[in-house]
Write a protein that binds this ligand. Structure first.
Ligand SMILES: Cc1ncc(COP(=O)(O)O)c(C=O)c1O
Length: 448
């Protein structure tokens, strides 16, 4: 059959609330034009993030009932460790409450002031955690990843030549590790190819630099490799994921994405001495190494989630339904990052609103209009999030996993096309408050 359907039935429903356009205009003012500051119940379709917003399966809920809440050495930790090791293959698995906790511990242990950490593109929490220890986070996306409108199968690739040049320029001793984000969230949810991952691994090996993955969306990346990279057509997503991780020395992971869980994360490494230091830090701020700030039931949900996320029928539906949204708006001329990503569609706000200067945050202005028009919440990934380092101003429509149906997505398409029609009348915004780091979460704005 040509129609690809949601590969599940719905057993529990959660009502969503309608608001009027006047209410939304008032709510937007009260939230200082920052959609993070809106009460979630005033949002109709919430595409703010795909992080922790997925629906769990019957198997996950059943596993939750098996949660062993023992402080030390719980059975749930053993199941979690086995499940993670089966796919990721690393010697040490350290649970954390979410991805950024894994990042903070990793960079605190591995980096110091003056160091440089390259990545295809750092996510905001990764960049902030590196900068917090006084090191520099450097983005090295491949050239094709810098151009939103051109289509390429692996726009999440790293510029491996630029990596070589960077190591030569700053010296190997200032590069404590290299990271690769799969898929590349800030660069448009685009995958990296295994060819590119292997090339980055080879450069790291040559210079004896540890190579780590930011693995949040590893299953989506693996499925893109299956669809798009020669030689992987007949491999399972799990085999591809295993091959990816075999090329690294460890990873950070937010289980709120491809862990199909509502909370959790982990840090993996093959290095015994690093693992010891990491566990010591973990005890200080997260918890004992067999729970790391999570409940036993959370570990159970993740153990099942990372297995289910690699099911091929799930990944087919996931990738196709995201592309459905992207292709329908692109067909009507709406500028998006091409091709649509795995977990999200990214509107190119600079091309959508060319009359709004960057210092008036075109991405934030566009996100506010989508809320005003139809109660849709999205997020800016651009000048508000990254300041002057932003290469693009994007509005990310992130699709929660197993939550919305095709008719929800049809509604989203209609709202975007309405905003597209009246784009010339949309105004920019100016900042009235900003925090010293990660300012986009709490910033206040008003019409410029
Ligand atoms: C690529 C990437 N890395 C790291 C993180 C941080 O994970 P968490 O939100 O669980 O701290 C995210 C979250 O969105 C992400 O997308």
């Amino acid at each position: 059959m040509r129609t690809i359907i949601e590969p599940f039935r719905i057993k529990t429903v959660e009502p969503i609330r309608w608001t009027t356009c006047e209410e939304r205009a008032r709510l937007l003012r009260a939230a200082h034009y920052n959609l993070f500051l809106l009460p979630a119940e005033d949002v109709l379709i919430d595409l703010l993030t795909d992080s922790g917003t997925g629906a769990m399966s019957t198997r996950q809920w059943a596993a939750i009932m098996e949660g062993d809440e023992s402080y030390a050495g719980s059975k749930s930790f053993e199941r979690f460790r086995q499940s993670v090791q089966e796919i990721f293959g690393y010697r040490h698995v350290i649970p954390t409450h979410q991805g950024r906790a894994a990042e903070r511990i990793l960079f605190s242990v591995m980096c110091k002031k003056g160091d440089v950490v390259p990545n295809n593109t750092h996510f905001d929490t990764t960049r902030a955690n590196i900068e917090f220890v006084g090191a520099e986070a450097v983005d090295l996306p491949a050239q094709e990843g810098r151009e939103p409108s051109t289509s390429h199968p692996f726009k999440g690739n790293m510029d491996v030549m630029a990596l070589e040049r960077l190591i030569e320029r700053v010296g190997r001793e200032r590069v404590p590790l290299v990271m690769l984000t799969i898929t590349n969230n800030s660069g448009g949810g685009q995958p990296a190819s295994l060819e590119n991952i292997r090339a980055a691994h080879d450069v790291c090996s040559k210079h004896a630099i540890p190579f780590y993955f930011d693995a949040c969306r590893f299953a989506e990346n693996a499925y893109f490799i299956k669809l798009r990279e020669k030689g992987y057509e007949s491999k399972t997503p799990k085999q591809i994921a295993q091959e990816i991780f075999s090329l690294g020395d460890g990873c950070t992971m937010s289980a709120k994405k491809d862990g199909l869980a509502n909370i959790g994360g982990f840090l993996c490494t093959n290095d015994d001495s690093l693992a010891q230091q990491e566990k010591n830090l973990l005890i200080l701020t997260e918890g004992y190494p067999t729970y790391g700030g999570l409940a036993g039931r959370d570990l159970e949900a993740i153990a099942v989630g990372i297995e289910e996320v690699l099911y091929e029928d799930y990944l087919r539906y996931r990738i196709v339904s995201t592309a459905y949204l992207g292709n329908h708006i692109a067909d009507q001329g709406v500028p998006i990052v091409q091709p649509p990503g795995g977990h999200a569609v990214y509107l190119d706000a600079r091309a959508f609103l060319p009359h709004i200067p960057l210092e008036q945050f075109p991405g934030v202005a566009l996100a506010c209009e989508l809320y005003l028009e139809g109660g849709i919440r999205s997020v800016e990934i651009g000048t508000l999030m990254f300041g002057g380092a932003a290469r693009m101003d994007l509005v990310r429509l992130a699709i929660p996993r197993r939550v919305y149906t095709q008719s929800h997505i049809d509604y989203v398409i209609e709202v975007i096309l309405e905003v597209w029609k009246r784009r010339e009348g949309i105004r920019g915004l100016k900042l009235t408050y900003e925090a010293p780091f990660l300012r986009h979460f709490t910033a206040w704005l008003e019409p410029a």
